[in-house]
Structures are given as structure tokens and as C-alpha cells.
Design a protein around this ligand. Sequence first.
Ligand code: ZN
Ligand code: ZN
Length: 371
Amino acid sequence: MKLKKASFFLLIFHLVFFLNAQERKNIYIPDIPGFKTLKCDFHTHTVFSDGMVWPTIRIAEAWLEGLDAVAISEHIEYRPHSTDIVADHNRAWEIAKPIADRQGILLVKAAEITRQMPPGHLNALFINNANLLERDDVFDALQEAKDQGAFIFWNHPGWKIQQPDTTLWWDEHTQLLEKGLMHGIEVYNSNEYYPEALDWANEKELAVLCNTDLHVPVQIVYNLADSHRPMTLVFAREKTQEALKEALFAKRTVAWFDHTLMGSAEWLEPLFFASVQLEDKKVSLKNNEVATLSIQNSSDIDYQLELAQPTIAFSCPEKIYLKAHHTTQIELAGNSEEITDIKTLNMHFLVTNVFTGRHTNLVVNLKIENQ
Ligand SMILES: [Zn+2]
Ligand SMILES: [Zn+2]
């Protein structure tokens, strides 16, 4: 159909008028050797199940917060808006995907299989067709997800509505593990931390997940001006769906919420040392003398250090707070003649806001040459 000249100009005017420019504050969490650090939220909802926003809003929020990947994981079995929103289980993903592609966000196709405890709620990521997950038996639903190649994790294991007194691991979860139907577990969901889940992740070799389970707009739940949403950091070879999936199955993840990191030392230690660098290459410390050392934290993550064991022939502060995007200067004091013979000064610190288990912290060795 031919446009008249006037309508053509009107159309151009509208296109120009509605083109947006937007800005965001970038999150800075460094990559680690060999891997990109992807900032992800694998658990959100929209009006297509029991959420309160349209699917494209989840992408806009993710972009504004600097996320790399997000999953819209609608409940298969709970759809309170279904008289108003008449659609199949894939529809939210279909609506959001073109916007996600345009904004450079990886939108993971997902669903939340939603049952009574046991086994509770489980998210299946990287599925092809959510409609096929509508099954009477939860094991059939999860097997279908597995057949589609899904990465499956247990959501909010300590949710008080389902586990009011004690957070229990049920026989059904052992069966899920044995059948290869569970690969990860949320140690943190929304605003809740589940210490038991961190221990289970370690014991049963599950990937650690940390997600929002957003139902309402993100800024209603989190103070984004001063903080960030809880997220799963994934160490992937590149920023693609395939690489993300490979990294999840390989359990290269850590949880980041508030001022806290949780996961395996295998990933937390390189993340710490990618964030924190000693500015000085060496010091020259002698008995009864003082040397200064500058430590730079170039990440968004604060680190709190507490001396884990006594230092030899010198002393250093018992506690150090390495504030995000700041350089901290500390003093070292030689306290024995032996110091001149020690070529490497070792300082073993507990990182008290970085957890490798419910009661264990990451230990790092800050070391510097002494000449
Ligand atoms: Zn749930
Ligand atoms: Zn949910």
C-alpha cells in the first residue's frame, strides 16, 4: 500500500519522537582467569503466571540493573490471571525474547514446576517447550524437562509456607538427585537466606543459585540506588546461552546478595583476587620499622578481612575493610630480627562476608615480597 506524502512524514515524525535514549549505572564485578563473570537472575514472574508486570518489563529492568541474563519462570500449575491472560506456557518468553535480543540480555527459556512439599517448587532452565511440562506426576514433568536438556534447581527450599519449622531434605530430593533431575539449589531467594541449602550444595555437589523470584516491579522490593538485586554470578567461557548452560552444569556459580558472597572457594578465591590487588610489588621491612601497603578494590563488592593466623616476625592490622572502589592503606611493623631473612610476607585472612559453607569463610593469603 502506498503512503501519501503527508502520512509518510507523520510516520517518520512518530518514529523519531518515540526513539528512546536511556542510561544505566554499570555493575562492576571482574571476570576471572578463563571466564567471563555473568550477572544473572534465573527466577522471575510476569502476569502470565502470578506476577504483576508485562514480560518486556523484566527485560527493561534487567538492562537498567546491568544484568547479563534473566529467566522468566512462570508457574506451570498456578496461573491466577488466566481468565484475563489467555495464552500457553511459552507466551511470556515469546513476547520478551525480541526485546532481550535487541538489548543484549540472554533470556533463558524457563518454567517453575510448582508442587506441594515434597518436592516443592523447581525451576527448569533452557527448556524448548514449557507446554509439555504440564503433567500429573511431578517426576514426569521433571523428566520431560530433563529430556529437553534442562538445568533444574530446587527453589526456596526453606520457604516458611512449605517448611514452617525446619528446612528438611526429603526422600523425594534424594530420588531427584539419583535420577539426574536436580542440578542446583537456591541458597537465597527474594530476601531469604537458607543456610541448610549452602551445606547441601557442598555435600551433594549442587550449583549454588541466588535469585529474586520477582512478582512485582523490581524497585518495590530492592533499593537499587544504594544496593543491587540478589543475583547468581556465573563464570562462563563467553556470553551465550550455550556457554551459560555449560557453566551452570559445571557448577561455576556463586551467590551475591547484600554485602555477601557464597559458594565454592574454587570460584570465590579467583573472584577475590580479580577484585583486589596489592598496588605495591614489594616492601622493605626491618625490625622496629614500619612499611605501608596499599590495597585496591576495583569491584562493586566490599570485602571484610580478619586475620586468620599470626604473622611471622611482623604485625599487621587484625581487621581490614576493603571498601568497593577504594584503596586501603595498611601498616606492617617488623617485630623480630628474623624479618630480614623472610623474603615473602604472608598474611592469611578470613574474608568474613564471603562464605564457603554455613560456618566457614574464604581464606586468602595476601603476600608481598620483602627486600
Ligand atoms: Zn516458587
Ligand atoms: Zn517463583
